[in-house]
Design a binder for this molecule. Structure first.
Ligand code: GAP
Length: 442
C-alpha cells in the first residue's frame, strides 16, 4: 500500500524534537536560512556523505578523491564565469521593501507579500565576498566558493601527474559551498551555506554523450540504493533558457518533495569550457597527452553535482511514515540501514535479574563498530516506538531465554518481524544486513 505523504510541518517538528536539525543561533532568534545538525542529524548527514563516497570513489577504480580549500585564487572565479555571470535578477517591493528573485515570481510587477509595486530588476551576484589579510581593498578580495567543482578543475594537472589515472577518469569531492541566495526556502532545501558532493569525469571529446548517459543511469541507481522510492524520482532536461553558461546539455534528477518536484542533483556536460578557460586565464597548458594513442586534447567534463543537505531533506521526506497499526500507531523513518544514525537499540526486557548487565556488555561490544543506543526505560513497545521514530533498523532485546541459550531477539523496524540470534554472531549478523547491501547493488 502506498504510504500517506508527509508535510513539511511534520518533518520540521520531528527534526527539532528528536535532534536532527535545529535553527542556527537559536537562542538569538535564529539566523535566516542557516541550520545546525544535531546529534542524530550530524550522524545521518555523515552517513549519507560516506555512502556517496563509497558509491562514487571506492566502487570505481577510475575515480579518485580530493579535498580542496574553500578559498581559492580570485582569478579562478573570473575564469569560471562566476564573477561576470553568477547572478540572479533581484527586485524590491517599493511598499513593504521585501526582496524577490524576479524569475521565481508569477507576476513580475506585483509584490506577492503586499501587492505593492516592484522595482525594475537588477542583477545580483550570488558569491560571498571577503578580504584576505588585514587590508580591505580590491587587491585582497577573495570569494567563498559557490561550487566545489572549480577546486577539481584547477587540480586536474596535479592529479594526472601524481596518480596513474588516465582519461577517462573522475575526481570526486565533498565540501561546503556558499551562495548569497536572494530567496531561501523550504527548510534546508535552499540555504546560503550548504555542502555539495560533486564528481567531475574527464573524457575524450566525442565520447562525452556516451559517458553522460552512463552517469545519468548510475546516479539514478544510487538514489534507488539509498532506498528512495523510484516513483518519486524523475529526470528533467534543461531547456535552452535554463542551461548554465558552461553546459552543452544538462539533466536534473528531481525528487517530489512535499512542496513539489524540485532539483536534487544536476548532471551536466560541461564540454571543454572549464579547462579551456583555466588554460587561458592561468597561461598553463592543461591539455591531456595520451601516451598510448599520442593524442593531445582538452578533456570534456561530465559532472554529477548533488547537494548533501538536499539529500538529507530527500531522505527525511522519503523515509517518514505515520503508520496505523492494529492496536496503536507509530511514526517510522524507513532509512536505508547504511545511513540510519543509530544502527541498533539494545534493551534488557526488565531492569533486573542480570539482564541489564548482559545488554550493557552487548552495547559495549558493538559500540566500536556501530552507533548503538542502550535503553532500559519503559515498556519494550515504547522503546521500539522511540527507535522507529529515529529510523533505527534493528532492536536487540535481552530476555530470560538469553540466560539459558545466549540468544537475543532482533526486531526489524519495517516488517516488525523478530528473529533469535546468538550473541557471538551479532556483529556478523549486523554486518551482513548493514554493510553488505551494496554488494547486491553493484
Ligand atoms: N557545480 C555545478 C553546480 O553547482 P548547481 O545545479 O548549481 O550545479 C548542484 O548545484 C546541486 O547543489 C543542486 O542540485 C543542489 O542539490 C545543491 N545546491 C545548489 N544550491 C543550493 C542551495 N542554495 N542550498 C542547498 N543546496 C544547493
Amino acid at each position: 500500500m502506498a504510504k500517506a505523504e508527509t508535510t513539511m510541518e511534520n518533518l520540521i517538528s520531528l527534526c527539532k524534537r528528536r535532534g536532527f536539525i535545529f535553527q542556527s543561533s537559536d537562542i538569538y532568534g535564529g539566523l535566516s536560512s542557516c541550520y545546525d545538525y544535531g546529534p542524530l542529524g550530524s550522524d545521518l548527514k555523515k552517513n549519507i556523505k560516506e555512502f556517496w563516497w563509497r558509491w562514487m570513489v571506492q566502487r570505481h577504480e577510475d575515480i579518485v578523491g580530493l579535498d580542496a580549500s574553500i578559498l581559492m585564487a580570485p582569478q579562478v572565479w573570473e575564469a569560471s564565469g562566476h564573477v561576470e555571470g553568477f547572478t540572479d535578477p533581484l527586485v524590491d517591493c517599493k511598499k513593504c521593501k521585501h526582496r524577490f528573485r524576479e524569475d521565481l515570481l508569477l507576476d513580475p510587477h506585483k509584490c506577492p507579500d503586499c501587492g505593492g509595486e516592484l522595482t525594475e530588476s537588477r542583477q545580483f551576484n550570488l558569491m560571498f565576498k571577503t578580504y584576505m589579510g588585514p587590508v580591505e581593498d580590491d587587491a585582497s578580495i577573495v570569494y567563498l566558493r559557490p561550487e566545489t567543482a572549480q577546486g577539481i578543475y584547477v587540480n586536474f594537472p596535479n592529479v594526472v601527474k601524481s596518480t596513474r589515472q588516465r582519461v577517462p577518469f573522475g575526481i570526486a569531492q565533498i565540501g561546503k559551498a556558499f551562495r548569497n541566495e536572494i530567496t531561501t526556502e523550504n527548510f534546508i532545501f535552499r540555504t546560503r551555506e550548504f555542502e555539495q558532493m560533486e564528481m567531475q569525469f574527464f573524457v575524450k571529446p566525442g565520447t562525452d554523450m556516451e559517458w553522460f548517459e552512463k552517469w545519468k543511469q548510475d546516479r539514478i541507481d544510487y538514489y534507488k540504493a539509498l532506498n528512495i522510492r523510484p516513483e518519486k524520482l524523475r529526470f528533467h532536461q534543461h531547456g535552452p533558457d535554463e542551461l548554465a553558461h558552461y553546459a552543452a546539455d544538462a539533466f536534473d534528477i528531481q525528487y517530489e518533495f512535499p512542496f513539489g518536484w524540485k532539483e536534487l542533483e544536476g548532471i551536466h556536460n560541461r564540454t571543454d569550457f572549464d579547462l579551456s578557460r583555466h588554460e587561458k586565464f592561468s597561461g598553463k597548458d592543461l591539455a591531456y597527452y595520451d601516451d598510448l594513442t599520442k593524442e593531445k586534447f582538452i578533456p570534456y567534463i561530465i559532472e554529477t553535482s548533488a547537494g548533501a543537505d538536499r539529500t538529507v531533506l530527500t531522505v527525511l521526506a522519503d523515509a517518514y511514515e505515520e503508520q496505523q497499526l492494529e492496536k496503536d500507531s507509530r511514526t517510522v523513518m524507513h532509512f536505508a540501514p547504511e545511513i540510519a544514525p543509530v544502527k541498533a537499540g539494545v534493551f534488557p526486557l526488565v531492569k533486573k535479574d542480570g539482564l541489564p548487565e548482559i545488554a550493557h556488555e552487548i552495547t559495549d561490544k558493538l559500540r566500536p563498530h556501530y552507533q548503538v543506543f542502550y535503553d532500559e526505560g519503559g515498556a519494550v513497545g515504547r522503546r521500539y516506538r522511540r527507535q522507529d521514530e529515529i529510523g533505527t533498523p534493528y532492536c536487540i532485546t535481552v530476555d530470560f531465554q538469553t540466560k539459558e541459550d545466549e540468544t537475543v531477539t532482533i526486531r526489524e523496524r519495517d516488517s516488525m518481524e523478530q528473529v533469535r540470534v546468538k550473541i557471538p554472531e551479532l556483529r556478523n549478523w549486523l554486518f551482513e544486513k548493514i554493510n553488505n547491501r551494496l554488494d547486491s547493488n553493484s
